[in-house]
Write a protein that binds this ligand. Structure first.
Ligand code: FES
Ligand code: FES
Length: 224
């Protein structure tokens, strides 16, 4: 047998707990182990018993409904709408006036331009509830198939469009720009129409159409 270090007693001399003590010791160990399993289970039970937290996005859609009254293309329209409804979505999805187009839906392209009390407005950024009792004019209210607005005639005459997706917004903006006397030069027209994007690049025709209307309709039948 190897000789133990001088500071330790020989192995044969190490005390062995009596059998009864060892049993008690093992019992205590198993009790502690059982407790360590029980406590997480109790914690889970406490969570399950606690009240259900209110969801961050509660379904309060009914609370968001409000009545609105608008004048659209000369007619009084009353609807109950979600407070978050834009003028564009009200026009297109609830009133079926799909002549106003949704391009970017964030105020960058001008495809959704309508007149609100005569002023150009990006309807995708305008909440309908903010325009109670105001006058809204869309492309459908500008002219009719039987009697087009002079700007519509001019756009046709000067090829002011290709695919047509931006055209209703272009025409609505063009009408307001010419009516307000801001179509004196080509530079002025391009500057004031810069909020209306045309992916087909029909800008030359649009400018020509506006110039012809600004000049009193001269050239409506002439192509550039
Ligand atoms: S859809 Fe409104 S600005 Fe583009
Ligand atoms: S005509 Fe196509 S985007 Fe303007």
């Amino acid at each position: 047998m190897p000789t133990p270090p001088p500071h330790l007693p020989p192995l044969d001399d190490q005390p062995v707990p009596p059998t009864a003590e060892r049993r008690d010791f093992l019992k205590q160990l198993s009790t502690l182990a059982a407790l360590s399993l029980v406590q997480p289970v109790q914690a889970m039970q406490n969570i399950e018993a606690s009240p259900v937290p209110t969801p961050l996005l509660a379904d309060d859609s009914a609370a968001r409904l409000v009545p609105v009254t608008l004048r659209i293309n000369g007619q009084t329209v009353q609807r109950t709408i979600d407070t978050r409804t834009t003028v564009l979505d009200l026009l297109r999805e609830q009133l079926g006036l799909t002549g106003t187009k949704k391009g970017c839906n964030q105020g960058a392209c001008g495809a959704c331009t309508v007149h609100v009390n005569g002023q150009n407005v990006n309807s995708c950024l305008a909440l309908a509830v903010m325009h109670q009792h105001q006058d809204i004019t869309t492309i459908e209210g500008l002219g009719s198939p039987e009697q087009l607005h002079p700007m519509q005639v001019a756009f046709i005459a000067h090829d002011g469009f290709q695919c047509g997706y931006c055209t209703s917004g272009q025409i609505m903006s063009a009408v307001a720009v010419v009516r307000d006397g801001h179509a004196r030069t080509e530079t002025e027209i391009r500057e004031l129409m810069s909020g209306n994007i045309c992916r087909c690049g029909a800008y030359n025709g649009i400018v020509a159409a506006m110039q012809s209307v600004a000049a009193g309709g001269k050239g409506l039948t002439q192509r550039r």
